[in-house]
Design a binder for this molecule. Structure first.
Ligand code: ADP
Ligand code: MG
Length: 361
């Protein structure tokens, strides 16, 4: 369906020299595939998507869609864009139009549907994304998740052959990521061909049939989710997919703002989409502080989370101490019991700085 051949793109930087963003990108996409594109920010993922529907022109190379070169002078670009829907990070809805009017606009203008036909289909698309009830609402009265689902309904109303998603959940409040991902999952069940740029590793693994890892201007690895996430061939890929998010605190005394620390950890857990039922990380940190502060006030706390592995660890460094605060006779027994009960494993290590506990949850 899509063939990308030796695609390159460079930009002129403000200080006048050429920056080569994409160097030699090659891949093919078949109808029915769900391709996740992952890679560090600034590697050209958005630029690549935009070149597929000619929102951006390559410096060199070719893009063939159904065998035709879309860079040819006489190529019908408007038809290409009708068949290739795009969902952006920032919804791009018309805020002065109702949800329904946003969805009917393009089918009436570009496909020549009557208002009645277009509305009938729009309601159907809105139902698909769970928003039939909001048809007459204005976009600004909706949550971010609802606005993005409206944008998806608007795209689907054009009956695209393929939909390109450019980080569709990254502008959303973390609590709304799930509803948009849910809608995208239902599209895969309907065999919609999709290209999804995302930084959510677990979602990429679960939704895609194929993954491209874009790195340093090229497709460094191209494989099944199994290949890329469980058996990557390149070190760069492995490091990227297992990338760990980290939050650290230095506690020097009792004047430390513990309330702020607690809110930061809660926010971190939500943004990592950790299960909300029970938040063991916050509890473990709180109980560890109760225990450690009995003995010394110089504490380093680190909270780590890997999206792909769904593992969280709390690293607690007790400066100047040599004994594990959990194992001392005079420790706070109740707090120690809670920490043990909430963790999968606890490793103790003696470092030059003090005793360090790595608590895995
Ligand atoms: P990603 O989506 O992977 O984060 P982008 O495709 O947005 O990366 O951008 C890749 C690089 O190209 C960035 O360094 C960005 O600054 C640069 N870039 C993108 N578009 C333009 C443009 N229109 N003019 C100049 N530089 C650009
Ligand atoms: Mg981008």
């Amino acid at each position: 369906m899509i063939s990308v051949r030796h695609l390159s793109k460079s930009f002129l930087s403000p200080d006048g020299h050429r920056v080569e963003v994409l160097r030699d990108v090659n891949f093919d996409i078949q109808s029915g595939e769900v391709v996740a594109i992952i890679g560090p920010s600034g590697t050209g993922k958005s630029t690549l998507l935009r070149m597929l529907n000619r929102l951006e022109t390559p410096t060199s190379g070719d893009v063939l869609v159904n065998g035709k070169n879309i860079l040819a002078k006489d190529y019908p670009v408007h038809q290409l864009r009708q068949k290739m829907g795009m969902v952006f990070q920032s919804f791009n809805l018309f805020n002065h139009l109702s949800v329904l009017d946003n969805v009917v606009l393009a089918p009436m203008k570009l496909l020549g549907l009557t208002r009645e036909q277009a509305e009938q289909e729009a309601i159907e698309m809105l139902r698909k994304v769970g928003l039939a009830e909001k048809a007459h609402a204005m976009p600004t009265s909706l949550s971010g998740g609802q606005q993005q689902r409206t944008a998806i309904a608007r795209t689907l109303a054009m009956h695209p052959d393929i939909v390109l998603f450019d980080e569709p959940t990254s502008a959303l409040d973390p609590t709304m990521v799930g509803e948009v991902q849910g809608v995208m999952r239902t599209l895969t069940q309907e065999k919609m061909t999709m290209i999804v740029v995302t930084h959510k590793m677990r979602f990429a693994r679960d939704i895609s049939s194929r993954v491209l890892f874009l790195y340093d201007g090229v497709v460094l690895e191209d494989g099944t989710p199994e290949d890329i996430f469980s058996n990557p061939q390149r070190k760069e890929t492995r490091d990227f997919v297992h990338r760990i998010r980290k939050l650290t605190f230095e506690i020097a005394g009792s004047d430390f703002d513990f309330y702020d620390m607690s809110s930061q950890i809660k926010q971190f857990c939500i943004s990592c989409s950790m299960p909300e039922k029970m938040d063991p990380v916050t509890h473990v940190v709180e109980e560890m502080l109760v225990i450690m502060q009995q003995f010394s006030k110089s504490i380093h706390i680190e909270v780590n989370h890997s999206d792909l592995d769904r593992t969280s660890t709390v690293v607690a460094l007790h400066r100047g101490e040599t004994l594990s605060p959990l194992d001392r006779d005079d420790t706070d027994e109740l707090a120690a019991m809670i920490v043990r009960g909430m963790s999968k494993s606890i490793q103790t290590e003696l470092t030059p700085e003090g005793v360090q506990l790595t608590i895995e949850m």
